[in-house]
Design a binder for this molecule. Structure first.
Ligand code: ATP
Ligand code: MG
Length: 139
């Protein structure tokens, strides 16, 4: 039986700093199966849409600048309790507050350049996954 799914992006700082392999290894070691995977650079329009929920926040412009600054790796992941377990694996938004051993604690550089995104609900997993992957790209 297949488990629940979550959506992740390895953000431009993680890619730029050469952490793709190490982060994917952590993800696999934590028991997630990779369902879909691709590398691309977001346009300002795409990054703005992806983070539209934050468009009234003071950091929105900075967030769009940052998310378009280089390529990202997008992925759909599968595991029981995927959304909650992945948020635990990545740690707090601010890497200085993230627990020891979490992906953000290990690999993030700042609160904005925080290495990875993780969906916050099953509903947003479906929306975010469909933003990057069609049915034929989900295995
Ligand atoms: P994500 O949605 O990327 O997984 P998150 O759910 O932990 O992160 P959100 O509150 O959804 O955190 O914020 C989205 C992203 O906006 C953060 O990951 C971070 O890159 C950026 N961000 C959030 N708060 C700030 C802030 N105070 N200053 C700068 N950037 C911020
Ligand atoms: Mg979020």
């Amino acid at each position: 039986m297949s488990g629940n799914r979550t959506f992740t992006m390895l953000k431009p700082d993680a890619v730029e700093n050469g952490h793709i392999g190490a982060i994917l290894a952590k993800i696999n070691e934590a028991g997630f199966r990779i369902v879909s995977l691709q590398m691309q650079q977001l346009s300002r329009h795409e990054a703005g849409l992806f983070y539209a929920v934050h468009k009234e926040r003071s950091f929105y412009g900075e967030l769009v600048d940052y998310m378009t600054s280089g390529p990202i790796v997008a992925a759909i992941l599968e595991k029981d309790n995927a959304v909650e377990d992945f948020r635990t694996l990545i740690g707090a938004t601010d890497p200085t507050q993230a627990a020891e051993g979490t992906i953000r604690r290990l690999f993030a550089t700042s609160i904005s350049a925080n290495a990875v995104h993780g969906s916050d609900s099953n509903e947003n997993t479906a929306i975010e996954g469909a933003f990057f992957f069609g049915a034929k790209e989900q295995f």
